[in-house]
Design a protein around this ligand. Structure first.
Ligand code: GDP
Ligand code: ZN
Length: 329
């Protein structure tokens, strides 16, 4: 869990001074909204007010569609506020979403993943584990945001379920977007500072409530982005980013279903579970699958209780899913 602290708007070190660079703020199909990489004034707090750097409507050349929100791209202007993307600069991180057994790009250059869970409705361990594994494999720092702690009846049980993740070293932040908005802001704003953070969560956990609390003009920004990208009136499911301040970005991906983990090999998966790491290399067989092999250090840690059965099951499930696409094992 390397803590990255790059600032999303700082120019890429390999950028040449004569070329135009920008950051992809929203994407819909092969249409992208690019923010020109000029120094943003300190008072700028939102995505589209006039004091922000210009937003350009860009397309890619040909059928190219491997540009993701968060990418820093090199572009050429074709008119005052339109351009064509020529190249993507080197990515620091990359997250994938799953699209029917294929991994597609979700967002680039993120530094943090906030997994929003709540007292109710009950959250899914499957989704949390997949999100944590995506973050670990992508070099992004995950945080669990535990919302609706004002709902008392299911609180103790939910807390207890989250202890597993806390025990693995993942920070859990208890908040209440509705009942304790100020406390929620005080908890989250310092974590978001100078980071590029994506929020994900099952529906009903309060992700929209948190985004609206953090970015009071989010709805206006979305309408403007939607108009600029010509997404059509009822399309609200495109990936978009909001400026919390010039160096802090929040990414929302409504309609997001599942992380793409099919590209992860067995070796990458076993290293994406931190509780596996101390045992790797201690199995009797060097190419152990940690499935039913004799002398498996992971299985013995599970029998002794230091690896949970649920997490091991998740590992096996992901190896199985990856094998369906990669054709190994
Ligand atoms: P999303 O589907 O994750 O975007 O969730 P929403 O933000 O739409 O919230 C789902 C429901 O939970 C709405 O009825 C919210 O008013 C409610 N909600 C959100 N945050 C809180 C909270 O902190 N406490 C309580 N009691 N309800 C909340
Ligand atoms: Zn093993």
């Amino acid at each position: 869990m390397a803590k990255l602290s790059h600032k999303p708007l700082v120019a890429h070190p390999t950028q040449s001074p004569n070329k135009l660079y920008g950051t992809v703020m929203a994407a819909h199909g092969r249409h992208y909204l690019i923010e020109a990489n000029e120094a943003a004034p300190a008072e700028a707090a939102l995505i589209i007010p006039p004091q922000r750097p210009p937003l350009l409507n860009c397309v890619t050349r040909g059928k190219r569609s491997d540009v993701a929100v968060g990418d820093v791209v090199e572009y050429q202007l074709t008119s005052k506020n339109q351009g064509v993307i020529d190249a993507i600069t080197e990515r620091k991180t990359l997250l994938y979403r799953s699209d029917q057994y294929r991994s597609k790009l979700l967002a680039a250059n993120l530094t943090q993943l906030f997994i929003v869970v709540a007292t109710e409705p009950a959250f899914s361990d499957d989704l949390i584990c997949r999100a944590l594994i995506a973050a670990e494999a992508g070099g992004i720092t995950p945080h669990l945001i535990f919302n609706k702690i004002d709902v008392i009846a299911p609180l103790a049980k939910a807390r207890q379920r989250l202890e597993l993740y806390q025990g693995l070293g993942y920070p859990v932040h208890a908040v209440s977007a509705k009942a304790e908005p100020q406390h929620t802001l005080d908890t989250l704003l310092p974590l978001l500072q100078d980071q590029s953070t994506i929020l994900i969560g099952q529906s009903g956990m309060g992700k929209s409530s948190l985004i609206n609390l953090l970015i009071p003009d989010a709805d206006i920004a979305v309408r403007e982005i939607s108009a600029a990208l010509d997404t059509g009136k009822h399309t609200t499911t495109f990936v978009r980013s909001y400026h919390l301040n010039p160096t802090s970005i929040i990414i929302d991906s409504p309609g997001f279903q599942e992380f793409g983990l099919h590209h992860l090999s067995e070796g990458m998966l076993e290293r994406a579970l931190p509780e596996f790491r101390p045992h790797l290399g201690n199995c009797k067989f060097y190419n152990c699958h940690h499935h039913t092999e004799p002398g498996c250090a992971i299985l013995s840690a599970m029998q002794q209780g230091s690896i949970s059965k649920m997490r091991h099951g998740m590992y096996e499930q992901l190896v199985h899913e990856a094998a369906q696409t990669l054709g190994y094992k």
